[in-house]
Write a new protein. Structure first.
Length: 389
């Protein structure tokens, strides 16, 4: 049984001391005051410091906490990135963790964009900060890790772009989701989760209770235009329970399925643009690209060589995709939300009103992230002349 700490007098120092968990504390020269100080120290909560524990163990505890206290989307966001870090450093101890471990891990993915690399680094920093706050570690080993800034989203979806997007979208169910996002500026997580029970037809709005809103700090209200209201009514009649926005099979749209649908539309737009410009993938390009491909595939756990026709088809598909990337910007539901903010400001709405309609708790977010007025010199010139009288 471990010995209980108790005060002791050091004659050479003429003072009282106590050793708790290997750390010596000075209690003072007077015995009575020293014992009072000793009892104060013993009443303090003991930090759960585990300097020799593995990074993977801390990451597991952090994910357990996120699963209990944050949204499923947030949990998946952290889980995906921390699992990658754990595969890179499966046996790394907290006491050995240094910023260069994170930097070298991120550098293993040269294809990632700057914002994605930033998010990878933020994930590890957040995990270690949580461990420090909870008392699992005595210091944050990656506190001074330098995280790059996020890239600004430079894609502005104009009305012409939006109409082109719709013209290449054959799925009427997906069109409803796209149009509603364009008309309301709602967050994708709101349009993907809205149900008939959230709809307030009398006031033409969606109303998410506080516990279902982003941040869970206040109810979230999404006001509907006439077009969005008509779509909402139609979807309510079809789906009186469960999510309103679903695909042709009746399955609710998810973040991933919506992104895939947008990418399919982008591919159609890109192929149309390639045809308009007379761009084709040549046989020489395909032959040059084939050696870069993996020459085998796994079928039911067995690795089999790819046929020449399979390699040609894969090479042509990937070369087409590379060409489309240069011809058509990548769209998303969130970029439709950005476009709504810009249109709202251009229409003359003040920034505070736009921020409220978008559900921002901090109005400065609008200026930092969402509005793209700097891309419209005509609008800014007119406003400058208007200000000058």
């Amino acid at each position: 049984m471990a010995r209980q700490p108790k005060p002791w007098y050091w004659t050479a120092r003429k003072a009282w001391f106590v050793t708790i968990d290997g750390k010596r504390h000075t209690l003072g020269r007077e015995k009575k005051a020293a014992h009072l100080r000793f009892h104060e120290l013993m009443r303090k909560p003991i930090k759960r410091t585990v300097p020799c524990e593995s990074v993977v163990a801390i990451a597991d505890r952090f994910l357990e906490w996120v699963h209990k206290h944050r949204s499923p989307h947030t949990y998946e966001w952290y889980r995906h990135r921390l699992e990658r870090f754990a595969r890179k450093h499966p046996s790394l101890l907290i006491r050995d963790l240094r910023p260069f471990h994170v930097q070298e891990w991120v550098d293993d993915y040269p294809e990632l964009k700057q914002t994605t690399k930033r998010n990878y680094m933020r994930t590890v920093k957040r995990c270690m900060k949580w461990a420090l706050q909870q008392g699992y570690v005595s210091e944050n080993p990656v506190e001074h890790l330098e995280v790059p800034g996020a890239e600004r989203n430079e894609t502005l979806i104009t009305l012409h772009d939006f109409e082109a997007l719709l013209s290449h979208c054959p799925d009427e169910n997906f069109k409803d989701l796209v149009i509603t996002t364009w008309e309301t500026g709602c967050r994708p997580q709101e349009s993907l989760r809205v149900e008939a029970r959230h709809v307030d037809l009398a006031n033409s709005r969606w109303l998410f209770p506080q516990q279902e809103s982003k941040g869970k700090k206040a109810p979230r209200i999404v006001y509907l235009s006439e077009v969005a209201l008509e779509i909402t009514k139609r979807r309510m009649a079809e789906y009186p329970t469960g999510p309103l926005f679903r695909n042709s099979r009746g399955n609710a749209w998810t973040k991933d399925s919506a992104n895939c649908a947008v990418d399919r539309v982008r591919t159609r737009m890109g192929k149309g643009e390639m045809q308009r410009r007379g761009i084709t993938i040549t046989a020489d390009q395909i032959a040059t690209f084939i050696p870069k491909l993996k020459q085998s595939r796994v079928v039911k756990g067995v690795e089999l060589p790819k046929s020449h026709s399979q390699l040609r088809s894969e090479a042509k598909r990937k070369l087409n995709a590379e060409c489309i990337v240069d011809l058509v910007p990548r769209y998303s539901l969130y970029k439709l939300r950005h476009a709504w903010a810009t249109r709202a400001l251009q229409s003359g709405l003040d920034g505070l009103t736009v921020a409220v309609l978008m559900g921002h708790s901090d109005p400065s977010t609008l200026a930092r992230v969402y509005q793209h007025l700097s891309h419209d010199p005509t609008h800014l010139l007119n406003q400058a002349r208007k200000a000058a009288g």
